[in-house]
Ligand binder design. Structure first.
Ligand code: FES
Ligand code: FES
Length: 151
């Protein structure tokens, strides 16, 4: 498939990228930007391991075609957010409960915690259930994410 150019805005910088129009956003950000915090898990949109924030919204990047990415969309990954207090709180709580697991989901958990905090919904049980739709820790299940997000 042909390449298409999109510019992502990350940490205030414009990042023009040419990539196969049929590639996924996950593939592009891992290959072109070196993102490692968003991971390929289920491939079908159900695990959330590939979550990033696009224009502030939680997005399963494995399900977004590069061609469908809006030009000049703002991208935030866990690498950009790991010093955020909400991300730190959630990922440290998760790590203290499950220190020996694969950690594939940690970046997604972190960006999810930031999204909740920005919406003023940290610790809100209903909001947490909402963000747990199509997201889970594949090693330990939703319970560990739920507890980490409750803080
Ligand atoms: S890998 Fe994207 S939702 Fe599971
Ligand atoms: S997917 Fe392995 S620790 Fe969550």
């Amino acid at each position: 498939m042909p390449n298409v150019r999109r510019t992502l805005v990350r940490a205030g910088a414009d990042l023009p990228i040419d990539a196969d129009e049929g590639a996924t956003l996950l593939e592009v950000i891992r290959k072109e930007l070196g993102v490692r915090s968003a991971s390929l898990g289920c491939r079908d949109g159900s695990c959330g391991a590939c979550r990033v924030l696009v224009d502030g919204e939680l997005v399963p990047s494995c399900r977004v075609r590069w061609n469908d990415v809006k030009d000049r969309a703002t991208l935030e990954t866990y690498e950009d957010l790991e010093r955020d207090a909400a991300a730190t709180r959630a990922t440290e709580a998760f790590a203290s409960e499950r220190p020996t697991r694969c950690k594939l989901c940690v970046g997604a958990l972190g960006v999810t915690a930031v999204a909740l905090a920005r919406a003023g919904e940290s610790g809100d049980a209903e909001a947490i259930e909402g963000v747990l739709t199509n997201a889970t820790c594949m090693c330990t299940g939703r319970g560990s994410w739920r507890r980490a997000l409750k803080g």
